[in-house]
Write a protein that binds this ligand. Sequence first.
Ligand code: ADP
Length: 215
Amino acid sequence: MENVIFIAPPAAGKGTLSQMLSERYAYKHISTGDILREEVNSGSNLGLKIKDIMASGKLVSDEIVIELISSTLNNLGETFFILDGFPRTLKQAQALTEILAKKDIKYKVIYLDISEELAKKRILGRRVCSCGRVYNIYSKALKPLQEGICDACGQKLITRSDDNEESFKIRFHESLKNNKPLLDYYQKLNNLNIIKISDDKDAIFAKILEVIKND
Ligand code: ADP
């Protein structure tokens, strides 16, 4: 097996696939979003510094994120890992290459290539319940049994306020634009594995296994 770096537009299924890898192969899921939120919640000096930046949706500085990831990777031991949300900039990618090369750690970069149409369907069809359950009205497997009602607790389902068409479009195109230099970078390093996303979760997982089992 090899370590994994996921790059993906919104709704590509990065979270679900990371969870599948963690459950079945004991991968450690390292999400910079989670690490940064923990730092904010801890109330540390660093947390105070990044709180407003995160709330505004802007990126935290490369320097801070690289330092946090570097120390996370240094304390990891022998566990295989998935990087989710890092690198996000070319500078972060270059720093990561250096960190991993020093430790002689191998990894595969996987881009989850989802069409705008499918991503839109996933985002606009998403309904959530305050109990934490998530549904999708456009998916047979994820539809609630009764329209608009949570199967688990019977409460009314709602649409998240950022799950609207306008906001989706902006997020999707921003992400394509921001990912482009990263994809070019890993292409040049000959470490870019593109997986076309469909609704067949198991088929996609199998393709990911093919990539990370092959050296
Ligand atoms: P989202 O996918 O909505 O951006 P994340 O949980 O990945 O959610 O990240 C939440 C916030 O954390 C981002 O908006 C950004 O402020 C910060 N962040 C996460 N990863 C990085 C990174 N690699 N570089 C800079 N900032 C980051």
